[in-house]
Write a protein that binds this ligand. Sequence first.
Ligand code: BV8
Ligand code: ZN
Length: 240
Amino acid sequence: MEKEISALKNAIKGAERVTVLTGAGISAESGVPTFRGEGGLWRNHDVMELATPYAFERDPELVWEFYNWRRDLISKLTFNPAHKALVDLERIKPSFTLISQNVDGLHLLAGSKNLLEIHGNLWKVRCTRCNEITLDLSPDMGPLPKCKTCGGLLRPHVVWFGESLDGELLNRAVDASKNCDIMLVIGTSSVVQPASSLAFQAKDGGAIVAEINLEATPNSQFMDFAFHGKAGEIVPRLLD
Ligand code: BV8
Ligand code: ZN
């Protein structure tokens, strides 16, 4: 591990353009439940069933209960050394893009600037009628929050399963993946599409690709480096 770590550290040092892709695993040590593993359940509902437009259509109050529960939980948490290390890296690199699948807002809280939240952000709400997007940090939005402008029902401004990602954000993420010298893939099970394909875009673009994740993933075999352990421990070591 030591030899590999120093090899990757040197590669990062020599890289001009760095792109990072993060998933729920980078927030795990902050106390945010991940999607798979133990975090995958809320009141015996499969989270994957709740984070869908169909669930919201069928039972908006249940979905809002789930999101209010997450908002309340995350409002008491903060970023961890892995988030912080990425902020420090961004400051010293001529070109840096952080692509996150996470909606918890912890990268913003840590101070990341060039951030693409490709699955949206839990702290933003969108009106289902007039599409107005507002930032609202209240832990509990109430059972069926309504738009102040038109009275329409609000929804979390996140990308649910079965919904397509914002085209412009995705294009910028693909661009940052295709045109980088190194991509770090941190804390993602790499099963969710199209995010998990970004690592291949980076490889196609000639980048060195490194995975830092608690366990192996379907993409591990394609990586130039694959470190299995905690992001909060490994990422700061890579960037110190
Ligand atoms: C789309 C917002 C289609 C909601 C999220 C192709 C094949 C098969 C299926 C599909 C496909 N294309 C599309 C699909 C369907 C689906 C999909 O990918 N399904 C998967 C499950 C197979 N994709 C979609 O629906 C996407 N939409 O493609 O649209 C389309 C196209 C055209 C027109 C119309 C429609 C939308 C996907 C976005 C879903 N929204 N989040 C919310 O959060 O409330 S994704 C959700 O999962 C979270 O954002 C989360 O970040 C993300 C991915 O999961 P991970 O981040 O990887 O988290 P996970 O728990 O899985 O893994 C955590 C990892 O961390 C683990 O490996 C663990 O070992 C590790 N870990 C734990 N602790 C630590 C750690 N690592 C380091 N340190 C630690 N301490
Ligand atoms: Zn409205």
